[in-house]
Structure formats: structure tokens, C-alpha cells
Design a protein around this ligand. Structure first.
Ligand SMILES: Cc1cc2nc3c(=O)[nH]c(=O)nc-3n(C[C@H](O)[C@H](O)[C@H](O)COP(=O)(O)O)c2cc1C
Length: 232
């Protein structure tokens, strides 16, 4: 093959490696047609029995602003922790270390000193201001499909993130949004048979913002794989 040819492997590897969780956005909106294209691409994610359990509520324009204000006010005064699916009870060992490291990177990049609880709380609340994004997509799954419905939705999420990235649209998946499930259920009139999994704030990135100035690390493939034969 011609060495100048960009292969689909290159394209995918670039999209995978360039994606990052964006925590500061420009205010200019993404057009509805582009959002439709992103979602249409993401629907090609696989799902068990092709159930396609994902549903999105997407905000734009004034709807985003109304939600941003009300959700922020609600979280500021009463930061409930009431997700539809239980959050991890604890992060231990390597998980604790990785969690700490990505938190340290974020706080360091935006200049929040270690142990400054007020400042880190303010940054946490930025989740509910949607990090200034012009849109959020609230993702729900069907309660009856249980854990595997949520697995299917996870595949959809990554497809959405990459489809957005391929169009220059930055994203951040937010379990923090799920912690406010009672608020969101009432706000959007979400029926009880739908579980709120997360929100994805999205828009064009503010590339100069310090919150977008770091990238998280990954373990190597060799740390992920156990070759079955090598264990004998
Ligand atoms: C299911 C899920 C929930 C997440 N929830 C949040 C969140 O509530 N707030 C946030 O700022 N980032 C959140 N993130 C982003 C992660 O912190 C981020 O993916 C991780 O640190 C790796 O960094 P990267 O996305 O920049 O590669 C979430 C990511 C996933 C996949």
C-alpha cells in the first residue's frame, strides 16, 4: 500500500487518541444537523439482541441555559447523591491511584492547591454548569434490560464521543449528572422505566482553557492482556 495513504486504522487510532474529556467549551452551538449526524453514527454501536436501549434527551439554545441555571442552583444548595444505578462504593488499589492521578492533573492544571476543599468543590459544581457547554445529552437505558442494557449504552457513549470528535465537537461524559437523577427525572419528565446513566456535555472546545490543558495516561496493552496459555 502507498505509504502516504491514510488507512482507516490511522483514522480510528487518531480519533481514539485525540479524544479527551473537555471541561471548558466555547458558547457557539453545534447545529442540529451535525448533532443528528453524530447520533446517527453512534447508533451503529452493537447491542445485545440489537435492542438499542439508548435514548437521549438533547438540549440546545435556551433549554441548555434554563437547565444549566436550575441544575447548578439545585446542586449548589443540595448536592444529592442519588443515581439510578449505584456508584462504586470505593476505589481501591490501582483504581484509587488512577482516580487520584486524574484528579491531581485537573486541579494542577487549573491551579487548585491540594487540600483546598472549597476550590475543588467549586470545580465539582462546574459539572452542573455543564462546563459552559452549549449542549448536554442525557442518556437513559431501559430498566428491564438491566446491566447489559447499560453495557450496550456504554458502547453507544464511546461511539458518540468518537463521532463527535471526528466533527471537531468535544465531549465530556458525566456520571455527576446521574447523581442528580431525581432532579433530571422531574425536569425532563423521564418515566420510571428509564434509568438515567449519565450526561454528555458537548460543543466546540475552548482549547486555551487550563482545564483542557492535560491528558490522562493509560496502562500498556501488556498490562491489560493475560495470555491464557502463559498461565499454564
Ligand atoms: C462513565 C464515565 C463517567 C464520567 N463522569 C465524569 C464526571 O462526572 N465529571 C467529569 O469531569 N468527568 C467524568 N468522566 C471523565 C473521566 O474522568 C475521564 O474519561 C478519565 O479521567 C479519562 O480521561 P479522558 O477522558 O480525558 O481520556 C467520566 C467518564 C466516564 C467514562
Amino acid at each position: 500500500m502507498d505509504s502516504n495513504t491514510t488507512t482507516s486504522t490511522d483514522v480510528l487510532a487518531t480519533l481514539l487518541r485525540q479524544r479527551y474529556s473537555c471541561r471548558a467549551f466555547r458558547p457557539d452551538p453545534v447545529g442540529r444537523e451535525v448533532i443528528r449526524e453524530i447520533v446517527a453514527d453512534a447508533t451503529h454501536a452493537p447491542s445485545w439482541c440489537n435492542t438499542q436501549p439508548w435514548q437521549l434527551i438533547v438540549t440546545d439554545g435556551e433549554e441548555t441555559e434554563r437547565l444549566r441555571k436550575a441544575l447548578y442552583r439545585s446542586a449548589e444548595t443540595d448536592l444529592v447523591d442519588a443515581p439510578d444505578l449505584p456508584f462504586p462504593a470505593a476505589y481501591e488499589g490501582a483504581y484509587r491511584d488512577r482516580r487520584r492521578e486524574c484528579g491531581r492533573q485537573l486541579y494542577e492544571s487549573i491551579g487548585v492547591p491540594k487540600h483546598d476543599r472549597a476550590a475543588s468543590h467549586r470545580q465539582l459544581l462546574e459539572n452542573f454548569a455543564l462546563f459552559g457547554a452549549p449542549h448536554v445529552a442525557v442518556l437513559t437505558t431501559d430498566r428491564s434490560l438491566g446491566v447489559y442494557g447499560a453495557v450496550d449504552c456504554g458502547l453507544f457513549v464511546q461511539s458518540f464521543l468518537l463521532a463527535a470528535g471526528s466533527r471537531g465537537v468535544a465531549t465530556v461524559p458525566q456520571a455527576a449528572m446521574a447523581s442528580q437523577a431525581p432532579f433530571l427525572r422531574e425536569w425532563f419528565d423521564i418515566p420510571q422505566d428509564r434509568l438515567i446513566l449519565l450526561g454528555i456535555s458537548f460543543g466546540y472546545p475552548d482549547e486555551e482553557h487550563a482545564a483542557n490543558g492535560f491528558r490522562t495516561a493509560r496502562v500498556s496493552a501488556d498490562e491489560v492482556i493475560t495470555w491464557a496459555g502463559d498461565r499454564r
